[in-house]
Design a protein around this ligand. Structure first.
Ligand SMILES: [Zn+2]
Length: 286
C-alpha cells in the first residue's frame, strides 16, 4: 500500500504532468470504485486541472473546482501514459478501476490487483466532503506538528504505538510499512503503550517519525509513478524483511502475524532482546 511518501510523490508527479491540461474523459472500469453519485464523471470533461494535492493517503485533483479524490488502498496503483489507450473503459472485470484522459492525449489509469476491491474515488465540491478526509488526524510533516503536539497525542491514547501510528484519525498518512520502520529507528517495541512512554522515548519516536518520513519523501520525490513501489521496498530496514539481518545490530528481523497483516521488528534493537509472542509461528514451530 502506498503511504505518505509515495502518495506525496504521486501527487507531485501528477501535478507536474497535468499542469495546463484539460480533462477530456473519465471512464469507470467498475461501478463500485466511485463512492459518490453527483456530480457524474462527465462533469469533469472540459475542466482544467487547477492543482493536485495530498490529504493523508488521498490524492486530490482539483479540476475547475470539482475535486476528483482517490485512495489507492492496499492493492491499488496509478499508471501514467503519455499516450493513453484509445480503448474506452467499460465496467466489467478489468483490473483498471478508473481511466482519466487529458487534451494532449495523455492520461492515467487507477488499477487494483487482487479480489478485495477497496480502491475508492470520489467526486466532490470540496475534499472535506470525503469521509476519510474529514476524519483525518494531523499530517506528521506539517510545520505545526511539533514534539509537544505529538506528546499530547501519545499521552491521550492508552493503545499500542504500532496501532496509534497507523490510525488515520490520529495521525494521517502512516501505514503498516513506515510504522515498522519508525519504531525500529526509535528503538521501541510495537506493543509499547503510547500513554506510558517517558520523555526520552517520546523524543526518539517524534524524531524517528519526522526523519523517516522526510527521508522517504526525499527519496521518492521526482521518481515516475512506476518506480515508486520498488523504491519503497528497497528503502525498508525491517519491514517485509523477516529472516534478514537487522542493519543496526546484525540480529535477525522477526515477525508477528495477524489475521490480515504482519509486522516486522528487531528484538535486540526494540524489545530488549526478547522476541514478541506470535501465536501463529509458535503454533507451527512447536
Ligand atoms: Zn537490530
Amino acid at each position: 500500500m502506498p503511504e505518505l511518501p509515495e502518495v506525496q510523490a504521486l501527487a507531485d508527479f501528477l501535478r507536474t504532468r497535468t499542469e495546463g491540461l484539460v480533462v477530456t474523459g473519465v471512464e469507470l472500469g467498475s461501478f463500485h470504485v466511485l463512492k459518490t453519485f453527483t456530480p457524474p464523471p462527465e462533469a469533469l470533461v472540459g475542466a482544467p486541472v487547477d492543482g493536485v494535492g495530498r490529504f493523508g493517503k488521498f490524492i486530490d485533483l482539483d479540476c475547475g473546482g470539482t475535486h476528483l479524490v482517490f485512495h489507492l488502498a492496499r492493492a491499488g496503483w496509478l499508471r501514467w501514459s503519455d499516450a493513453q489507450s484509445a480503448t474506452r473503459l467499460r465496467p466489467g472485470k478489468s483490473p483498471i478501476a478508473l481511466r482519466v484522459r487529458f487534451d494532449d492525449g495523455s492520461g492515467f489509469d487507477l488499477t487494483e490487483a487482487g479480489t478485495q476491491k477497496r480502491l475508492a474515488a470520489y467526486l466532490v465540491g470540496d475534499p472535506s466532503q470525503v469521509p476519510g478526509i474529514a476524519s483525518l488526524g494531523p499530517d506528521p510533516l506539517a510545520d505545526d506538528f511539533t514534539e509537544e503536539a505529538f506528546a499530547a497525542i501519545l499521552g491521550a491514547h492508552r493503545m499500542q504505538v504500532k496501532g496509534l501510528l497507523r490510525d488515520q484519525s490520529i495521525i494521517a498518512g502512516v501505514g503498516n510499512a513506515y510504522s515498522d520502520e519508525i519504531l525500529h529507528v526509535a528503538k521501541l517495541s510495537p506493543f509499547a503503550l503510547a500513554a506510558t512512554l517517558d520523555d526520552g522515548q517520546v523524543t526518539r519516536l517524534y524524531t524517528a517519525l519526522r526523519q523517516t518520513l522526510a527521508h522517504a519523501v526525499a527519496t521518492a520525490s521526482g521518481k515516475p509513478a512506476k518506480e515508486l513501489k520498488d523504491a519503497k521496498r528497497a528503502g525498508m530496514r525491517v519491514h517485509g524483511r523477516t529472516g534478514e539481518v537487522c542493519p543496526e545490530c546484525g540480529d535477525v528481523v522477526r515477525e508477528v502475524s495477524f489475521a490480515d497483516s504482519s509486522l516486522q521488528y528487531c528484538a535486540t534493537c526494540q524489545t530488549g532482546g526478547k522476541p514478541l509472542a506470535d501465536r501463529r509461528t509458535s503454533k507451527f514451530l512447536k
